[in-house]
Design a protein around this ligand. Structure first.
Ligand code: PLP
Length: 428
């Protein structure tokens, strides 16, 4: 117990460690990714960076291990004026910023319909608001079995339940049948279904759904919401969009979100974290698409209200940096060229692992693009522990281990598959 003497009231309060609500008890934000990263950093200090492979970091690091910040972003952050840095931004976000987010997100594949957006602190803010405003406490929120761990907390902390479906078939394609089965089952019990689909450059697998696969997901929702008392809210989590393929080609799937019935709302979780390398600036936007004007009006109203009631307004500097870049076609060209360069670098690193893994007979979940490759294993913590003894740090997941190709240099990528094969042969 702690005793506080409040001099204003002269009353004595007691605060015990048991004051949290039962529903909040036991929660803690100890993140196994940051924990492994911290161990890798500590070891690197001891024995030298060159002797440690830290494959936990979900940010792009260059070949000598330093954080990549795109040059065009660096320049425009430096050019900001003090008011651009420090003024309160509108709760909804600057109009110009939101327009730029919509343009940058969709490119030439803007879906048909009413589109509007609210600023959020990264993609995380989008997920928070959609779960909060479109599902009821106790509802199930549908996500893929392979998913970013933060989804669990975002759903659980809002007192909703995680429900997973099999993302991929045994031959490595989008599992539309599993998606359909789970959507239909949830809609028997709930009027609203919220789905988070990180279908391009998926974290943790690197799988990318084709346009036809996105279409099949949307078709499932259309069929399941024929009864107009049912609503589907699909979050397309496009965090790694800018490293998922050729600029316009990888955006073609957005077209399938156009012209949907009014009881299907699509929300793109757009973020500046990866595409602008502004991870710590905490900036993004929730971009809503609907065929109904009123649905989009309500969408903006309620989400702006929730912003006011949670984080209030978002980072002004990051919004202005993006506005400065997007208002100049030359700077957009520079941005595209820099992203293309890092997309290529990540692809080259992944190719080294993929080639060696195939030679060594090490299985991995089909990788197409993005920051991570996943190696399915049943005893992920044990495998990571053994790797750590060999100064290699990866992230244990429920059904596999995650290798961050965004942050491991080509030099250090060589030999990783061999190490995994050795562990497999010795322990399985
Ligand atoms: N979605 C996925 C799958 C992610 O991996 C991340 C970040 O790692 C995010 C969304 C959101 O990140 P942020 O809140 O930094 O935009």
């Amino acid at each position: 117990f702690f005793f506080f003497n409040d001099t204003a009231t002269t009353e004595i309060y007691t605060l015990s460690l048991h004051d949290a609500l039962p529903i909040s008890k036991g929660k803690s934000a100890e993140d196994n990714i940051f924990a492994a990263n911290n161990r890798a950093i500590a070891l690197a200090k001891e024995i030298g960076v060159e002797n440690v492979t830290n494959a936990t970091v979900g940010s792009i690091l260059d070949e000598d291990g330093s954080l990549v910040v795109l040059d065009v972003v660096k320049q425009e952050l430096k050019n900001l004026t003090p008011p651009e840095f420090c003024a309160y931004a509108p709760i909804k976000g600057y109009d110009e910023f939101l327009k730029d987010c919509i343009d940058q997100c969709f490119g030439k594949s803007r879906p048909e319909g009413y589109i509007d957006a609210c600023a959020t602190p990264g993609g995380t803010g989008v997920l928070h608001h959609v779960v909060h405003n479109y599902s009821e406490p106790g509802d199930e929120v549908l996500i893929t079995d392979w998913h970013w761990g933060a989804y669990d907390s975002l759903i659980d902390d809002n007192n909703r339940k995680v429900r997973t479906f099999s993302f991929l078939t045994s031959d490595g394609h989008f599992n539309a049948a599993s998606f359909k089965e789970n959507v239909e089952d949830i809609l028997k019990k709930q009027d609203n279904i919220v789905i988070i689909l990180n279908g391009i450059a998926n974290n943790p697998t690197g799988y990318c759904m084709s346009v036809a696969e996105w279409q099949s997901a949307v078709d499932v929702l259309k069929e399941a919401t024929k009864d107009e008392t049912k609503n589907a809210i699909l979050i397309a989590d496009v965090a790694y969009l800018d490293y998922s393929g050729e600029k316009e080609e990888c955006r073609e799937f957005f077209k399938v979100f156009g012209g949907l019935p009014k009881n299907i709302l699509v929300v793109c979780a757009y973020t500046l974290s990866k595409g602008f390398t502004m991870y710590g600036q905490r900036m993004g936007a929730m971009i809503g698409i609907s065929s109904d004007k009123d649905v989009i009006k309500e969408y903006v109203d309620i989400n702006q209200y929730s912003s006011r009631a949670t984080w209030s307004n978002c980072n002004s500097a990051a919004q202005h940096a993006m506005i400065r870049i997007c208002q100049d076609p030359e700077k957009i060209k520079q941005l595209d060229a820099e992203r293309a360069k890092y997309y290529k670098l990540i692809q080259e690193r992944a190719a080294i692992f993929v080639e060696e893994a195939q030679k060594e007979g090490v299985k991995f979940v089909p990788y197409i693009s993005g920051f991570f490759i996943t190696i399915p294993v049943t005893n992920s913590q044990a495998v990571c522990d053994i790797l750590e003894k060999d100064h290699v740090f990866m992230v244990p997941l429920k059904k596999g281990i995650r290798l961050a190709v965004c942050s491991v240099s080509k030099k250090k990528m060589h030999g990783l598959a061999h190490k995994l094969a050795q562990i497999g042969r010795a322990h399985v």
